[in-house]
Design a protein around this ligand. Structure first.
Ligand code: C2E
Ligand code: MG
Ligand code: MG
Length: 593
């Protein structure tokens, strides 16, 4: 058995394609997987290297690094980059040297991506289950278990996991188009710099390209993308490495660095020469919002918000120029106050109502549930989109009573539908963070269950990915309590927030909802397809149901089904409908099937 030839590669072609290396540095050196063997017995190093000599895994050769003590390993990991897997002996210079090293790796060095395979010579000496869980250890093996084939399989599984985590981090923190940190990363970096205390002189700026959407429409997306890349390149080159550059929105860049390095004049001058994009010289202007920070302990999120306030003001009055934020600016007040007032009136006048959008099983076409979506129609007939009024309702606290109302109404509606002969239907309700944080949330939820008589397992709460990831301990606790009531939980807009796989794994959730941005990109040969497939794979690995939202055509549905996605929702099946329409729709569909 040990002599059986190893296959050259494992995995299906799709996976290989998906795992293509897109490293930012252009991959000058042949892509390899870097494995670190940590063991105080030289024989184990030799045996490991021998067992895996010459093999390729997931299309890449292996490169070995060797450390003979935990201390040496820690030193290596401090300096070496891209180590994918650590094969780690438990007992070395001390009984628990290996376990201590794991803590160093995860907590001190903050290496969360590297996969760890624990090995021990002494059967029976196994670490506590909690250690394995808390420190995200991939595998635990006694050395005798590690025959050549088993070692190969173990390392392959670890490399797969590593690649998936890296993609997830990349997705969460990097902008693939301009090869820059994204908004999340930018906020993190600000927080890090703030915490370090080493950058008292920081300022933060947002650079927004004027009329970019017109340029995009006129010249096409490809040309628009190239223009963004050209702008990114110039900013990077001219501002230098001491300025942090990020792409924080579709046509906006974030800058952070010393006051002397980022002056609005300097930034605007960078736009005085045209950008050369595929033989075309394009002259574009930009508007800058500057947040001087002035040594204030402003967190990343708030700093960005203030810079954005300045930017908005600049856009309104002085395009191609800049505005510096001052505390007096506050937020874009008048408009919000007006809309807020209207919203309060709307609630009183009962201008708000709920529509329902069906969710289907992709393989069978069977309707499995509906999502409740809030609507606001003003008395002149126009709709205010929820993306606009929900944030307002959140900011004012109105969402607490509003959300409670949505929950009650939709539970009642489900009970009604079930009685009409759709007993297995599920109701998904969006819940915002403010609701979760309200001290009476759980009581209200419980009361809703009792009052409406809904069976708890037919109710699902949707929370957005970013909410699920914020304030981990709090969310973990409350989600567990929601689960204890028998209610299920879905992570909405998955792929857009920033997830750590470690955290995701701990959350008591039932479903991942792929954001519709990635579904709409499925037809094109771009990252989107990869992201959708990654989310499906991830969900399946975590034993979660995966649902895709925003499915608009049959091709997308077929692709998703092929990728292994379980459920779908989108205009292809039905638009969100009023309760009356939904009943009709369900009945028609039942007749047709
Ligand atoms: P969401 O929860 O991700 O809801 C899905 C959105 O996608 C809905 O937009 C839906 O109408 C839209 N959609 C569904 N299928 C398609 C499709 O095939 N193509 C396209 N282009 N769009 C599709 P909607 O209703 O505008 O809601 C926007 C967001 O507002 C929701 O995103 C949700 O985050 C929030 N929201 C809506 N109702 C509530 C509510 O009652 N409470 C809370 N807290 N948030 C809500
Ligand atoms: Mg939703
Ligand atoms: Mg969504």
């Amino acid at each position: 058995m040990n002599n059986a030839p190893l296959p050259a590669t494992l995995g299906d072609p799709d996976t290989l394609h998906f795992l293509d290396d897109e490293s930012v540095d252009g991959g000058a050196r042949e892509a390899v997987w870097r494995l670190l063997v940590v063991d105080d017995e030289p024989d184990v190093h030799r045996a490991t290297a021998f067992a895996l000599a010459g093999v390729k895994i997931l299309g890449r050769a292996l490169e070995f690094l060797h450390a003979y003590s935990a201390a040496e390993a820690a030193e290596l990991l401090r300096t070496e980059v891209d180590v994918a897997v650590v094969l780690l002996d438990v007992v070395m210079e001390r009984e628990d040297a290996g376990l201590a090293l794991i803590k160093t790796i995860r907590q001190d060095l903050k290496l969360t991506e590297v996969r760890i395979i624990l090995r021990t010579g002494q059967p029976g000496y196994a670490p506590e289950i909690e250690t394995i869980h808390d420190f995200d250890i991939n595998d635990y093996k006694t050395k005798s278990e590690l025959t050549r084939t088993k070692l190969y399989a173990t390392v392959t599984a670890a490399l797969r996991a590593y690649e998936q985590i890296r993609k997830l981090d990349e997705l969460a923190f990097y902008d693939g188009l301009c090869k820059l940190p994204n908004r999340n990363k930018f906020i993190h970096l600000r927080d890090e710099r703030l915490a370090s205390g080493l950058f008292p002189d920081d300022v933060l700026a947002i650079v927004d390209i004027d009329d970019f959407s017109e340029i995009n429409d006129a010249l096409g997306h490809q040309q628009g993308d190239r223009l963004l890349q050209a702008v990114a390149e110039r900013l990077k080159r001219e501002l230098g490495d001491d300025v942090v550059l990020a792409r924080i929105g579709s046509d906006t860049f974030g800058l952070m660095g010393a006051r002397s390095l980022i002056t609005p004049q300097k930034v605007l001058t960078l736009f005085s020469e045209p950008f050369v994009v595929q033989d075309d010289a394009m002259l574009v202007t930009a508007t800058v919002g500057l947040n001087p920070l002035q040594g204030a302990a402003v967190t990343g999120r708030d700093a960005l918000k203030d810079a954005n306030t300045a930017l908005k003001l600049a856009k309104k009055k002085w395009r191609g120029s800049f505005v510096t934020f001052s505390a007096a600016m506050g937020t874009d007040t008048r408009e919000r106050v007006q809309l807020m007032q209207n919203l309060r009136n709307a609630v009183e006048r009962e201008e708000l109502f709920i529509v329902y959008q069906p969710q289907v099983n992709l393989a069978s076409g069977k309707v499995v549930g509906v999502e409740a979506l809030l609507r606001w129609q003003m008395d002149d007939g126009t709709f205010v989109p929820p993306d606009r009024f929900i944030p307002l309702a959140e900011a004012s606290g109105l969402i607490v009573s509003l959300g409670d109302w949505v929950l009650r109404m939709s539970c009642r509606e489900l009970v009604r539908l079930q009685a009409l002969g759709f007993p297995d239907l599920r109701m998904s309700v969006n819940v915002s963070q403010i609701q979760f944080r309200h001290p009476e949330f759980l009581d209200q939820l419980h009361a809703t269950l009792v009052d409406t008589g809904i069976r708890p397992h037919c109710l699902e709460l949707e929370i957005t990915e970013s909410v699920a990831m914020e304030d981990a301990d709090f969310m973990l606790e409350i989600l567990h309590k929601v689960r204890e009531l028998g209610i299920s939980i879905a992570i909405d807009d998955f792929g857009t927030g920033y997830s750590s796989l470690n955290h995701l794994r701990q959350l008591p959730i039932d479903r991942l909802k792929i954001d519709r941005a990635f579904v709409s990109e499925l037809n094109e040969q771009v990252m989107g397809g990869h992201i959708a497939s990654m989310v499906v794979e991830l969900g399946r690995n975590l034993n979660l149901t995966v649902i895709a939202e925003g499915i608009e055509d049959e091709a997308q549905a077929q692709t998703l089904l092929r990728l292994g996605c379980h459920e779908g929702q989108g205009y292809l099946y039905a638009r969100p409908m009023t309760a009356a329409h939904l009943t009709q729709w369900l009945q028609n569909r039942r007749c047709a099937h």
